[in-house]
Design a protein around this ligand. Structure first.
Ligand code: GCU
Length: 617
């Protein structure tokens, strides 16, 4: 079959989606009509809606054909699942499956200008030049891609709602939001809208104080207006008191108080308030050694257990910093058992190579979940990696992250290799050579990226602002609170009980594990401890030697990966081959640069020579 739509794992559906439907069932039947014909599958497939069910489905054999039985949205998920199984040569039959999490969210960081904050795949799919501007055929394909992996909630605008033009719930823009909601509804997708905490003031009130009666009334009126336009809206998403965004702190109110008037207004319509917890002091003085940024979210929220309304979900980034390559799990995720939480991950590769370097995230998510055993958040959210590039994600292979996210969000625990193989087969067909090579590359990509960038959980060695390329002290003397504290004696922040005490935010077993340099996992040792360059790591190497070796090895492996891809020429579509090849060449170059900059940094501070005698600057 011709791969004509720049991939995204559903080539058998072609590049057009039938429009004009209102229900998932209608969409399911239309999609099956296209897909089954293109897959050459002839037996009849019957779609039956199970009353009272929403998202679950099963696929059974019935005399002469197959039956998809499912809930309102389940029938569509079943239809895609059936076709995707057939397309990968698997049995289409599936026992009843229902998602582990009811909200499987995608957050776009798109501005009305059309720029995508931290976007590496072109411009916005929704906006341009201050207006809604989209190709509705493309948006239908977007709905299809998302629904095929069960993503059911999207926020199309940036959490940084900065300018008046970015406020989507105005009289002028709400009808446009409604059109997008209508377009995505038959895919089972509901919208969230990112709103600005201080919006009441943009709209003429003199305060946004959540305890002020006029503010409460104002939110009630706005929410009623929004739900009149979009009755099935999921709700609002808020970034408050975070990186210059206004919030309840302005009025000395806590976050539960801040969320309450908006949550109550939404509750009247069955709406949800997703409240982000990315709160820290971004105006720190680097000489201040008392404030430790990773402690901030827990300190802000943990005391508020039990105070948030039922329809509030706290959205927490997986690590206490900010989507670094390697961080421990945020202690806030273990805390507040009675409060609803969403785990936030980042598909867009802000700190992980800008969709130029390969970085496949499923192994990391599985790791997070197994660490959180017993405290798994009930909801999940991911920052989108999509843009208007022809291939949606810049790097063709970055599509695997969106695919894996959908399945991970649905099933919680998945077989990493099986999911990855499925994506490869759907995207590139069933060539065992291609499968072998890609499976290896994807599964090794995180460790590879980690090996030539910031070592041992240290993080933050990136160029400021852009967050691409090495700059070990790029954030060292800045206000963002992310310090490595390297000097002649050592590097890292002591977060043990005798240091900043950050480890004490964890449950006792984790606190003990991380807090003791002898038991702390090696890959996180510089996150939790300050060590000398000659400290012997569990691997038996000194810290300095470990850094040199991993960086030389990482750069070598990045080059080997580029070579390995070259051997697939002719086995994958030409455009995909070229897209990935060009990126692998850049990645190999990046890895050499990272190697030299990071090694030089450790060498200059430590004076420790490389025992293998390689060149250090
Ligand atoms: C990071 C990122 C910002 C983003 C922020 C957030 O700090 O660099 O661009 O706005 O995360 O998650 O809100």
């Amino acid at each position: 079959m011709k791969y004509d739509t720049r991939l995204c794992w559903l080539p058998f559906l072609g590049d057009t989606v039938k429009a004009g439907f209102t229900t998932c069932r209608e969409m399911a039947e239309a999609e099956l009509a296209i897909g089954l014909r293109n897959l050459g599958y002839e037996p009849p497939v019957c779609v039956l809606e199970t009353p009272g069910e929403d998202e679950g489905y099963e696929i059974q054999e019935t005399p002469g054909g197959l039956t998809i039985r499912g809930g309102t949205r389940g029938v569509l998920y079943g239809a895609y699942s059936l076709m995707m199984r057939l397309a990968a040569g698997q049995s289409p039959l599936t026992a009843w499956t229902a998602p582990c999490r009811s909200l499987r969210m995608l957050n776009h960081w798109d501005n009305m200008s059309g720029a995508v904050e931290r976007g590496y795949a072109g411009r916005s799919l929704f906006f341009d030049n201050g207006k809604f501007a989209y190709d509705s055929r493309r948006l239908l394909r977007y709905g299809r891609i998302l629904a095929s992996v069960g993503i059911n909630t999207v926020c199309i605008n940036n959490v940084n709602v900065e300018t008046p033009a970015d406020q989507l719930i105005t009289d002028e823009l709400l009808p446009e939001v409604r059109k997008v909601a209508d377009l995505l509804r038959p895919f089972g997708i509901r919208l969230l809208i990112a709103i600005d905490f201080a919006l009441p003031m943009t709209c003429g009130l003199t305060t946004a104080d959540p305890l002020d009666g006029s503010v409460r009334g104002w939110w009630e009126k706005q929410v009623a207006r929004v739900y009149a336009a979009i009755p099935d809206l999921c709700g609002f998403l808020v970034k408050a008191d975070s990186e210059f965004r206004p919030g309840p702190g302005l009025y000395c109110r806590n976050h539960a108080e801040g969320a309450r008037p908006i949550a109550r207004a939404l509750a009247a319509f069955g709406g949800t308030l997703v409240w982000r917890c990315f709160v820290y002091n971004c105006q720190q003085d680097w000489r201040d050694r008392q404030t430790d940024r990773p402690k901030a979210a827990y300190e802000t929220y943990a005391p508020l257990e039990g105070l948030f309304d039922e329809n509030v979900i706290l959205q927490v980034k997986y690590g206490p910093y900010d989507f670094q390559v390697r961080e421990p799990i945020s202690p806030l995720l273990y805390a507040m058992p009675a409060t609803k939480k969403a785990l936030e991950v980042q598909l867009t590769q802000e700190y992980t190579g800008h969709q130029i370097d390969l970085y496949y995230m499923l192994p990391q998510w599985q790791e997070i979940l197994s660490d959180l055993k017993g405290a798994e958040p009930r909801y999940i959210s991911a920052v989108s990696n999509l843009g208007n590039d022809a291939n949606w994600t810049g790097h063709d292979l970055a599509q695997a992250n969106l695919f894996a996210y959908g399945l991970f969000a649905w099933y919680a625990v998945v077989d990493t290799a099986a999911v990855t193989r499925w994506w490869i087969a759907l995207t590139f067909g069933e060539d065992p050579r291609v499968e072998d090579v890609l499976l290896d590359m994807l599964l090794a990509s995180r460790e590879l990226y980690e090996s030539y960038t910031a070592p041992l959980g240290l993080g933050w060695m990136v160029n400021p602002n852009g967050h691409y390329g090495p700059s070990p002290e790029g954030y060292e003397y800045s206000a963002w609170g992310t310090y490595l504290r390297a000097d002649r004696q050592g590097i890292g922040v002591d977060r043990s009980p005798s240091g900043t005490g950050f480890v004490l935010q964890y449950p006792p077993d984790k606190a003990a594990l991380y807090g003791d340099v002898k038991t702390c996992p090696e890959e996180l040792i510089l996150f939790f401890h300050r060590l000398s360059y000659t400290h012997t790591l569990p691997s038996g190497k000194t810290l300095a030697q470990h850094v040199y070796d991993t960086h030389f090895e990482g750069a070598r492996r990045a080059e080997a990966m580029a070579e390995r891809w070259n051997a697939l020429e002719g086995r994958v579509p030409a455009e995909a081959f070229d897209n990935v090849r060009a990126r692998f060449i850049l990645q190999a170059r990046n890895a050499r640069e990272w190697r030299d900059v990071v090694n030089a940094y450790f060498y200059r501070y430590s004076g420790v020579a490389d025992e293998k005698g390689r060149v250090l600057y």
